[in-house]
Design a protein around this ligand. Structure first.
Ligand SMILES: Nc1ncnc2c1ncn2[C@@H]1O[C@H](COP(=O)(O)OP(=O)(O)OP(=O)(O)O)[C@@H](O)[C@H]1O
Ligand SMILES: [Mg+2]
Length: 176
């Protein structure tokens, strides 16, 4: 039996590593999935979303939709990429009618700045909180709300842990 995983933490050391984690999530995504992302400006929410898009077989660049609130991209499933950065009034978020993007339309929804709309966003979701660490490190905490997301997280955890550690780069020898 697969162990229940409702929380998973990982530290990435580069933009690429965050994208690769996103790609893995995108590959494991199923119809109706909802991923709620939060974290300060520049922590890597769009970077993660770009990886998710690639994992769904989407080749376009997942630009931040900040100016349009929602972008739609097509791959194995449709990706609705929502950004609530500019909306800090919950009534405004409720008025967007986002539910149309959330439920069963051969689609996956990713919401950046989800903390601006939690009260009106679906209660079952994968929550991803990203925070800055020194340099290019980012700490990502993934938390499952609901069975589907526990299953997803156990797969993410398995795939991440079974990856061989990257080879250590040999130190250059001092000149003789
Ligand atoms: N480990 C890392 N993971 C992700 N991004 C990183 C990492 N290290 C450095 N970066 C850099 O941090 C920035 C993250 O930008 P990104 O647009 O993804 O952030 P964001 O959280 O979406 O910001 P915003 O709140 O403005 O939408 C990029 O410039 C990226 O190159
Ligand atoms: Mg962004």
């Amino acid at each position: 039996m697969t162990p229940v995983v409702d929380r998973f933490e990982i530290v990435t050391r580069s933009h690429d590593e965050t994208q690769q984690l996103g790609r893995l999530i995108g590959e494991l995504a199923t119809d109706g999935d909802i991923y709620l992302l939060s974290g300060e400006l520049g922590t890597g929410k769009t970077c993660l979303t770009q990886g998710i898009a690639w994992g769904l077989g989407i080749t376009e660049y997942a630009l931040s939709p900040t100016f349009v609130i929602m972008r739609e991209m097509h791959g194995r499933l449709t990706l609705y990429h929502v950004d609530l950065y500019r909306l800090d009034d919950i009534a405004e978020v409720a008025d967007l009618g986002l539910d149309d993007y959330f439920y069963g339309n051969a689609s996956v929804a990713v919401v950046e700045w989800a903390e601006n709309g939690l009260a009106v966003l679906p209660s079952e979701h994968l929550r991803v909180k990203i925070s800055h660490r020194p340099g290019n490190e980012r700490a990502l905490v993934l938390a499952a709300q609901g069975n589907r997301y526990q299953e997803l997280l156990s797969r993410v955890a398995m795939a991440t842990r079974s990856k061989p550690a990257p080879p250590r780069r040999a130190r250059p020898r001092p000149a003789e």
